[in-house]
Ligand binder design. Structure first.
Ligand SMILES: Nc1nc2c(ncn2[C@@H]2O[C@H](COP(=O)(O)OP(=O)(O)OP(=O)(O)O)[C@@H](O)[C@H]2O)c(=O)[nH]1
Ligand SMILES: [Mg+2]
Length: 201
């Protein structure tokens, strides 16, 4: 793993890092965004799930997520406290191009992004990465492992995604609390490291 975050709390925050941050959880169709926010949220999450219709099958391919019957149509919302009282407000946003108009509003004020990817369907992540890169927000890539996904090295994965080799990357299981918290801690540790670097005289 290229990026090995601490297993528990993020390092203590510099004074100029606020005690609450807005973070985005984004990714392609069915990659596990709603599952992730449901797993980590300490409040009842807010959802915008709608039943999928046959018309949607043209754009949202169900082969790899055959039990899926609903999809997020705007945002999921949850909250998680990590480390020394750092509150993360989590916004789960669809990555597909057709939701792009929502993106500016969803991303406003965000400190960083956790981008979930399914290695069986990397192509479906590209639109989400385009949106994240346009926003210039710092991000960590979280590989959400699904059954049948072939093991792939970090280097190859980042290369396929067209990302620099130093991009922070972590593996998680969005259904598992400890694993998902690790991914959130990876993101906050990354954000704190960036803030520390930029605030250094
Ligand atoms: N095996 C496995 N299945 C998962 C994991 N995360 C989510 N799933 C399953 O994948 C399916 C899709 O998960 P969602 O959380 O709805 O994905 P999403 O990204 O919110 O989907 P959209 O909002 O429709 O784009 C569900 O059936 C989940 O139970 C995971 O880490 N491992
Ligand atoms: Mg969803």
């Amino acid at each position: 793993m290229l990026f090995e975050p601490p297993s528990s709390a993020p390092a203590s925050r510099p004074a100029d890092v606020p005690d609450m941050l807005k973070v985005l959880v984004v990714g392609g169709f069915g990659v596990g965004k709603t599952t992730f926010i449901t797993t980590v949220s300490e409040i009842a999450p807010a959802y915008t799930e709608e039943r999928m219709t046959q018309a949607g099958q043209i754009v949202d391919r169900l082969e790899d997520v055959p039990h899926k019957t609903t999809t997020t149509v705007t945002t999921d919302f949850g909250r998680r406290t990590v480390g020394d009282g750092l509150i993360l407000y989590l916004f789960g946003a669809p990555g597909q191009q057709r939701f792009r108009e929502l993106w500016a509003d969803t991303a406003r004020g965000a400190a960083g992004v956790l981008v979930l990817v399914d290695t069986r369907r990397l192509g479906e992540s590209f639109e989400a990465f385009d949106a994240v890169e346009d926003s210039n927000l710092p991000f960590v890539v979280a590989v959400n492992r699904f059954p049948g996904s072939e093991p792939v090295s970090d280097e190859v994965l980042l290369d396929h995604l067209g990302l620099p080799p130093a991009t922070p990357l972590i593996v998680c299981d969005a259904r598992d609390l400890a694993s998902s918290l690790r991914a959130l801690i990876a993101l906050t540790t990354h954000l704190i490291a960036l803030a520390t670097r930029t605030s250094r005289p």
